[in-house]
Ligand binder design. Structure first.
Ligand code: G3P
Ligand code: MG
Length: 254
């Protein structure tokens, strides 16, 4: 079962804005998106920030690991200049700030827990408990369109998030589906499988759906491919090409 939006802007604004920034969220909004996928990891002081890489250098100028810096330092760092001169001054967002922006603008969230190596349990626990605290009212109201979906490639992070926030839905991220996926999904009590569309075929899609899981794909940037996997029963996907694949693409494709 998939009770969530069907087309998500990957990392905020996909390839049209600096990833995992408030500017990315604004870009997604400008393209009509009210659903986003983004990445969260811990700073040195265990405060979650919105970043994809566990190290500086690609999207944030500097060197070292994200866990070498406190959140107060990271939020002063430029996360937009790598993308374009116009985006210079865009900074690394705190997780709480990012969530607040989404809430203020009615954006549904797929929160990808992205632990730096060695921080799997702590990241799952901290992000799970903080998310639970931030969404107490929405969880009580039990409206899936207002409660975020936690996902991770790390089973350890998901298990920790489950302990910290048993009432938040979880999804297991798998680049490739190996034979043990059903056991893992059952043990972690997830509602959905999030997988790389490049390794998915129709038979596998049916297997996942027949097992009762929601099926989400990353990162689908070709409209023809999006149409194809939707035809296999894929429920939803995220895209970097928010200019080519709109928020209502799935409904229009039916
Ligand atoms: O949510 C999954 C998607 O984001 C793929 O992983 O590496 O882009 O965070 P990544
Ligand atoms: Mg991600």
């Amino acid at each position: 079962m998939w009770n969530y939006p069907t087309s998500l802007a990957h990392r905020g604004g996909g390839k049209l804005a600096p990833e995992n920034t408030i500017a990315g969220l604004r870009c997604g909004l400008a393209h009509g998106f009210r659903a986003v996928e983004f990445d969260v990891m811990l700073a040195r002081d265990s405060v979650p920030v919105v970043m994809h890489d566990p190290y500086l250098g690609r999207t944030v100028a500097g060197s070292g690991n994200v866990y070498n810096y406190d959140a107060a330092e990271l939020v002063t760092m430029d996360a937009g200049n790598w993308f374009s001169a116009e985006c210079r001054g865009e900074t690394v967002p705190l997780f709480t700030q990012f969530v607040q922006f989404c809430k203020d603008h009615g954006i549904w969230m797929n929160i990808e827990i992205k632990p730096a190596p060695g921080f799997e349990e702590e990241t799952g626990r901290v992000v799970g408990s903080l998310t639970r605290a931030l969404f107490g009212i929405e969880i009580a109201q039990d409206n899936p369109r207002q409660v975020p979906l936690l996902s991770s490639f790390s089973p350890v992070a998901l298990a920790a998030a489950r302990l910290a926030a048993p009432d938040l839905p979880r999804a297991l991220l798998l680049d490739r589906m190996d034979e043990g996926w059903q056991t893992q999904a059952r043990e972690l009590d997830v509602v959905a499988i999030h997988t790389n569309h490049k390794h998915l075929d129709e038979a596998l899609a049916h297997q996942i759906k027949d097992a009762g899981y929601g099926l989400f794909c990353y990162t689908v940037n070709d409209p023809a491919r999006a149409r194809e996997i939707l035809g296999w029963g894929v429920d939803a996907f995220c895209t970097d090409r928010i200019d080519l694949i709109g928020p209502d693409f799935a409904q229009a494709a039916i």
